[in-house]
Ligand binder design. Structure first.
Ligand SMILES: [Cu+2]
Length: 308
């Protein structure tokens, strides 16, 4: 499925969720009485919903809870198996168990991998995007170092075969003297390893907000970015305060920079930390930003979602 279709499916998911929040009647129609849809003239007000509902149902869970806040969802549970000591590289193991209580062994490949594992400190000062390997019995393992004592959040982003995409989150606790960092101020420029990444676009709660990140080095635009996980960049966005993990969809591009475009759906106003992974000269680097989503909150049904 291409990025545009994926975005479309997610927007449909939102439409269903908002409809459900306001009144079941709006969304019950097409699923309860699909046979009536044939008469387009009579069904005009519900036509969109009727045509779109099956795809939305297939791609998107119905929950309006942002991802990553739950250790268990839809029968799937993230189970850390290893205690991590600060500063010591560890072979970190975990399983994802399914509705039958057994470790899930079959996953769909998304962005070149069966499972993406994101580990951040709860103060959002550190970020790792890792790709664990699966052993024969379904357990995952990955080399993990938590540099400093503190509270960390681990996210497993995956799609079991036969199920929709899920992001489960679990806290990892590294004992020791914890010195939390304040959230970095809102900024539109990040520096990493001699690269400057600038952020254009505004975060609007409840809408697919277009974000454009431009990479330059020594003042010159970088036009030979290398694909990483099937795209020129990967963006993870986390909400400050509870680390809600947000959907971010890259726009497919044939241009290898300097611009990388994403669509992010912020569930509320507030501050978010954005982490952009990009690859150049054979090395993956992460540029991070604090961005503020401002506005009244999620858009009303009918004002968003149909424009894409
Ligand atoms: Cu990944």
């Amino acid at each position: 499925m291409n990025a545009a279709a994926k975005l479309g499916a997610y927007v449909l998911g939102l439409t269903v969720v908002f409809g459900g929040a306001l009144g079941v009647g709006q969304v019950a129609g097409p699923t309860a009485a699909p046979a009536q849809v044939e008469d387009h003239a009579a069904m005009a007000p519900q036509e969109d919903h009727a045509a779109m509902a099956p795809q939305g149902e297939h791609e998107q869970t119905k929950s309006d809870t942002p991802r990553g806040l739950q250790v268990s969802e839809n029968g799937y549970t993230l189970n850390p198996l290893t205690t991590v000591k600060a500063g010591e590289p560890t072979d970190f193991r975990f399983t994802v168990t399914g509705p039958d209580g057994r470790p899930v062994t079959d996953y769909q490949v998304e962005h070149d991998k069966k499972l993406h594992f994101i580990v951040v400190s709860r103060d959002l000062a550190s970020f790792q995007h890792l790709h664990p390997v699966q052993d024969g019995d379904g357990a995952w393992s990955v080399r993990l170092t938590l540099a400093d004592p503190g509270v960390y959040r681990a996210f497993a982003d995956f799609a079991p075969v036969g199920g929709g995409n899920l992001t489960l989150g679990a806290d990892l606790l590294a004992a020791g003297d914890y010195k939390p960092q304040p959230l970095a101020p809102v900024t539109r420029k990040a520096e990493v390893d001699g690269y400057t990444v600038s952020l254009a676009g505004d975060l609007v709660p409840g809408q697919a907000s277009k974000l454009t990140l431009s990479v330059s080095k020594d003042g010159k635009p970088v036009t030979d970015l290398q694909p990483y996980l099937g795209a020129y960049g990967h963006l993870v966005a986390l909400r400050a305060g509870d680390l809600a993990y947000l959907h971010v969809h890259p726009e497919e591009s044939v241009k290898a920079g300097p611009e990388i475009t994403f669509y992010a759906e912020m569930p509320s106003g507030g501050d978010y930390r954005l982490f952009l992974d990009f690859q150049h000269d054979g090395k993956v680097r992460t540029a991070d930003f604090t961005a503020r989503a401002s506005g009244a909150g999620p858009a009303q049904p009918g004002t968003s979602g149909h424009g894409h």
